[in-house]
Design a protein around this ligand. Structure first.
Ligand code: FHN
Length: 469
């Protein structure tokens, strides 16, 4: 049986190689990518980095979009439901490459409307969008000039998804960003050597001697296209950096390559290999990347001087699964956002659109509810920084220069909110949909008591802002 499997894998590899070798115009892009005079950005001053990161730190809240061929099976293959995350179905179900390619002919998202997606992000109070230009399955959401394995040649869909999203982001004042997977289960030079790709995907420690060829002749040319064809890109969000064949030397080179193409772009820490698993921060050492990437978790505390962003799902999967109805409540979503900002981080909250191009309704409803909360309280999130003290029992603090925001999750039943250990504060104002409402402040030593109305203006989190010396 294993012999047959290897034989089939070889045939598939051969077929796929033909796909890559013959793409018209590929040489021109590869040549342009390889002749780029890459500059070194690894010694950037902290001041220059802080300036470059300013918009991102102010934004605090972005939309993650996991969308690709995996939305076609939507978590189910040959009658079996995938137990893990939906975008891993190719690997989890060990689908042979030639068979997985057949999903391409069913990817025809006629209801995709870039304006709808971007205006939803904007209504939610999100300031940037990160979309999977290419996930681990290797399928490109743009018509790449170096392969047929993309929306252009391997699906019946006619429109230019990434171009439409870039233009919609421009119209709505949302920063457009790309996710790009270094790991690639489809490209013959990026897979485990001789074994079927999915054994590599399972952390198979076998390396592929042609991986450097994949990086130089495929991955970097694709990054060249993404960073020259779609305007200014805010963030390049790398992922899949764990194959043993991908080295820190490659990571530093790719970081400089990307910054040479767009010097002001921000690049996450998954461009290199320093990340310590899902907690997302780099281990000790010298690694490229501008911010840490905790995944599906929120660190217990912030890390002074380190920029970071928690990426979270709204249910349990990144890529669409038709049977994943484990949606987080609006309370959990809003508390997560406040908790993250109170620790000095950003929230990248994921939507997994369906194969027809629509975002699942539960995601839309929750994002619109988050937007209603942000309409009243967004000033305590956008441009806000970490709390100066441990969080109080009743909620969280965020700060701005001269201002403290108290996010009250548990409204005091006795009408008296105790605020302590935050230095000198004055002039408490309750943020409400009808404007700011002045409250009475009593001070007792270094603790303050604020007299608050019987009913909280918001059952999930009400915000009181203070002047702070
Ligand atoms: O393997 C991916 C996964 O599919 C998803 O993209 C997440 C979200 O960033 N990142 C990797 C798992 O760490």
């Amino acid at each position: 049986m294993k012999r047959t499997h290897t034989f089939l894998a070889l045939i598939a590899l051969l077929a796929v190689n033909i796909t890559f070798a013959s793409h018209p115009g590929a040489d021109k892009i590869i040549q342009a990518s390889q002749s780029l005079e890459v500059q070194n950005f690894l010694n950037e001053s902290p001041q220059d980095k802080a300036k470059r990161m300013e918009w991102w730190k102010d934004a605090r809240f972005g939309m993650f979009i996991h969308w690709g061929l995996y939305a076609v099976p939507a978590g189910e293959y040959r009658g079996s439901r995938v137990r893990g995350i939906g975008e891993w179905i190719m690997n989890s179900m060990q689908i042979p490459i030639a068979e997985y390619e057949r999903f391409g002919r069913h990817f025809n998202p006629k209801q995709f409307d870039a304006d709808e997606w971007v205006s939803l992000a904007k209504r939610a109070g999100m300031k940037y969008i990160v979309i999977t230009s290419k996930h681990h399955d290797g399928f490109g959401l743009w018509d790449s000039g170096v392969t047929d394995w993309d929306i252009g040649e391997s699906s019946p869909y006619e429109k230019d998804i990434l171009k439409e999203l870039a233009e919609a982001c421009e119209r709505h004042g949302i920063v457009f960003c790309f996710y790009y997977s270094i790991m690639d289960w489809h490209h013959p030079d990026a897979q485990g050597y001789w074994e079927p790709y999915y054994q590599r995907g399972r952390g198979n420690m076998n390396t592929n001697p042609r991986f450097p060829y994949y990086v130089e002749n495929y991955m970097k040319p694709q990054l060249y296209e993404l960073l020259t064809d779609f305007g200014d890109i805010g963030v390049l969000w790398f992922d899949g950096e764990w194959p043993v064949a991908y080295t820190t030397e490659m990571g530093k080179d790719v970081y400089n390559f990307v910054r040479t193409l767009q010097p002001d772009i921000i690049v996450n820490n998954r461009v290199d290999v320093g990340r310590q698993g899902m907690m997302g921060f780099d281990r000790e050492g010298d690694f490229a990347g501008d911010f840490g990437t905790p995944e599906k978790e929120i660190p217990d505390t912030g890390v002074p001087g380190v920029d970071w962003e928690s990426c979270l799902t709204m249910n349990d999967t990144w890529g669409y699964k038709h049977f994943d109805d484990n949606w987080k409540s609006d309370e959990v979503l809003i508390h997560n956002l406040v908790d993250i900002v109170s620790k000095g981080g950003n929230l990248l909250l994921n939507v997994g659109p369906m194969a027809n191009g629509l975002i699942p309704q539960p995601s839309i409803t929750s994002l619109e509810n988050m937007g209603k909360w942000m309409d009243v309280n967004g000033e305590s999130i956008h441009g806000a920084d970490a709390s100066p003290v441990e969080h109080p029992v009743w909620g969280r603090y965020t700060t701005k220069e001269g201002t403290l925001y108290a996010h009250v999750f548990e409204w005091p039943e006795d009408g008296r909110l105790v605020v302590e250990g935050v230095g000198k504060i004055s002039n408490p104002m309750l943020l409400t949909s009808k404007g700011d409402k002045k409250l009475k402040l009593l001070s007792t030593g270094d603790a303050y008591v604020i007299e608050v109305p019987e009913k909280a203006p918001d059952t999930i989190a009400s915000v009181i802002k203070f002047d702070r010396d």
